[in-house]
Design a protein around this ligand. Structure first.
Ligand code: SF4
Length: 228
């Protein structure tokens, strides 16, 4: 069985594209205002909208995406627009499961530049227009990695502006990502919270980039600085 499907059927809190339809409620995990800490837009003040639910169940996931408040699109727009920045990061969970064309249209109408963070396994719902897509492919859990070839979950998102790969060290098979087309390629050292280990992985990441210069270093500056 496809690993995605196995996980889908085991996650009862998740329902694809639900609720749907223009103007319907979305399950919102949180909305907050902060500085984008990683990737192309590092340092940019942005409104973060975290949508609840995910179609994967990554063994390393440290994101709480199960809890939610149902909010209408107009409530989301109203809350987001009280902040001074017109940059928005829509993340999750997996945001493509709930995003709607009408929400992106309303956000664009009041000047938001919409950046989407996705695992790439789902296409953007029809009519959704976003300005920047960061895709971070995910690999199956170690329990299923005896399957050969080991690869990431299939990529179904229509385009990728920024491919972000978390680098765990020299044993990671970077050939997995050769076929993925993106405008920019970012390699991000895996953050463990252990300073010595993190320095070691960061140095290995830099070494990899120096020998594979299509990649750029992405640091989780918000974690380094201790900001949200
Ligand atoms: S895709 Fe992201 S949010 Fe979903 S389970 Fe994996 S790490 Fe967590």
């Amino acid at each position: 069985m496809d690993n995605n499907n196995a996980i889908l059927s085991s996650d009862k809190s998740y329902k694809k594209n639900s609720p749907s339809g223009a103007g319907g409620a979305l399950r919102v995990n949180e909305i907050f205002y902060s500085i984008q800490g990683e990737g192309h837009y590092t340092g940019t003040p942005a409104v973060f909208v975290r949508l609840a639910g995910c179609n994967l169940n990554c063994w390393f996931c440290d994101t709480e995406f199960h809890s939610f408040t149902e909010m209408s699109e107009d409530e989301i727009v109203a809350e987001a627009s009280q902040y001074p920045s017109r940059y928005m990061v829509i993340t999750g969970g997996e945001p493509t499961l709930q995003l709607t064309a009408s929400l992106t249209s309303k956000l664009h109408a009041i000047g938001f530049y919409i950046m989407l963070e996705t695992n790439g396994t789902q296409p953007l719902p029809e009519g959704c227009i976003v300005d920047w897509i960061t895709c971070s492919p995910k690999c199956p859990s170690p329990a299923t990695q005896h399957q050969t070839p080991i690869t990431h979950h299939p990529i179904r998102i229509q385009r990728i502006d920024e491919l972000k790969v978390v680098y765990e060290g020299t044993e990671q098979d970077m050939n997995l990502y050769d076929a993925i087309q993106a405008k920019e390629y970012r390699l991000q050292p895996c953050y463990t919270g252990d300073r010595q280990k993190d320095t070691f992985i960061t140095n290995q990441t830099i070494d990899y980039i120096l020998t594979h210069p299509k990649w750029r270093l992405s640091l989780q500056t918000h974690k380094i600085l201790g900001v949200r």
